[in-house]
Design a protein around this ligand. Structure first.
Ligand SMILES: CSCC[C@H](NC=O)C(=O)O
Ligand SMILES: [Zn+2]
Ligand SMILES: [Zn+2]
Length: 432
């Protein structure tokens, strides 16, 4: 009991002591004491590549400077007006072999400024080494980790058989239409002769790292409920509002899936279907029964679900909701490819054996949301989603997104081992 009291008091005192300590240390920016890779990361976080009007010019200027520093050529591919994909290339000693792509997106999602402890575009580092900023996890960290790993490998005089392409892509956060979705259809993409790609993943709060070998399909659906209009004082028949009962079907299904996730230990978010009602529209005045009411849902469907059957289910829900209830899609991905994670696969073997050699615990999962990997996989190419952030809460798109500088620096070391392993995968059948 005394030990317990002592422990509580001790922890309490430590807390107290740390407050003046924090105040004394302040939020130091200290160049000279800071690892230059961290300084570069913080510089990149300060670029306002935030939607709805990302400063992509600033990002391209930054990347041009990186290419120059690395002594590598950078190509710019304008996939749509004002939307440039940048590609920095390190040609391998056997350039005829398929290449390794290190992909990252340059844009970040908006912030609710008032909810942040610090300015989300100031890249403040606190006394614990936590670097706050929009994009610190999603995914400006990974961009800089790739660049710094390449910088160190080049400085060490290394060269690998396979060519390495660093691709920097706009507009991932708004669906990738003017980014990766268009890029994969262009000859410039096919000329990269890709064998394998790395793209973003998620943080893991435990000591393990999560890697993603597939993604759920996003379906964004609007259900349209037309009805008879009339005066708000009457019992109008066949109203739009009554047909909104379709919401119940979606939400009942949501409840079932939520239950499945919570009751089976082995399930992750990537294994169940999520449903969220995200928009409702309709009505013009208090006393006018509306001629239409619409409701929108964000659905994320695991690759194991039969998509045709799932759509039939939606059709049935609309049918029972009433006459002329229809739906249409703003997003409807149908790709159920996933990337092989058998030890017999040479790419996966290179990845996983490197992690093993570094004593990293790796958890394989289906990515719960959507990334640019889906467009790469749709081209039939293997892609793994991986952001080396263990011991870190998942804060992407959240207030106070941060990454600890030690975790960030460790991530560079991870790529310093992963990149050589991938770029040295022996020629595959058909490559020689
Ligand atoms: C479905 S396109 C939108 C992509 C977006 N990606 C990251 O958050 C997402 O909502 O998953
Ligand atoms: Zn992202
Ligand atoms: Zn994101």
């Amino acid at each position: 009991f005394h030990t317990l009291i002592f422990a509580i008091v001790h922890v309490g005192l430590m807390r107290l002591k740390s407050i003046p300590q924090i105040l004394a240390q302040g939020l130091y920016d200290g160049p000279g004491t800071e690892d230059p890779s961290v300084t570069l990361f913080r510089e990149y976080l300060r670029l306002k590549t935030v939607h709805p009007e990302p400063d992509y010019d600033a990002a391209i200027r930054f990347l041009e400077r990186m290419a120059e520093e690395l002594g590598l050529p950078m190509k710019k591919v304008e996939v749509c007006p004002g939307r440039v994909v940048a590609v920095i290339t390190w040609v391998g000693s056997r350039p005829e072999l398929k290449s390794v792509v290190l992909n990252s997106h340059t844009d970040v999602v908006p912030v609710y400024e008032g909810h942040w402890k610090y300015d989300p575009f100031a890249a403040v580092k606190d006394a614990d080494g936590n670097i706050y900023g929009r994009g610190s996890q999603d995914m400006k960290c990974v961009t800089i980790q790739y660049i710094e790993a390449i910088r160190r490998l080049k400085a060490a005089g290394k060269r690998f058989p396979r060519t390495i392409h660093l691709t920097f892509v706009p507009d991932e956060e708004v669906g990738g239409h003017k980014g990766m979705e268009t890029f994969v259809k262009l000859p410039e993409f096919h000329k990269l002769n890709i064998g394998f790609a790395l793209d973003e993943g998620l943080a893991n709060p435990t000591n393990a790292y999560t890697v993603f070998y597939g993604e759920r399909n996003p379906w964004w659906i609007t259900v349209r409920c037309p009805g008879s209009p009339g005066h708000g004082s009457r019992f109008v028949e066949n109203t739009a509002a009554e047909k909104l009962r379709v919401i119940n079907s979606f939400l009942e299904f949501r409840e079932k899936e939520k239950h499945r996730l919570n009751t089976s230990e082995c399930f992750t978010l990537g294994d169940v279907t999520t449903v969220n009602m995200t928009m409702v529209k309709g009505g013009v005045a208090y006393n006018v029964v509306p001629a239409e009411m619409d409701v929108s849902f964000d659905l994320r469907i695991p690759p194991t679900v039969n998509l045709q059957e799932f759509e039939e289910k939606i059709k049935a829900w609309c049918k029972v909701a009433g006459e002329d209830v229809t739906y249409d899609f703003a997003q409807k991905h149908m790709d159920q490819n996933f990337t092989c994670t058998e030890e017999s696969d040479p790419w996966w073997h290179a990845f996983s054996s490197t992690c093993k050699a570094m004593n990293m615990t790796v958890k394989k999962e289906i990515f719960p949301a959507a990334t640019d990997s889906r467009f790469i996989r749709e081209e039939g190419l293997p892609a793994i989603g991986f952001s080396p952030m263990n011991l870190t809460p998942i804060l992407l798109h959240d207030h106070n997104e941060y990454l600890n500088e030690q975790v960030f620096l460790r991530g560079i070391q991870v790529y310093e081992r992963l990149v050589p392993a991938l770029a040295s995968v022996p020629p595959l059948s058909g490559e020689e």
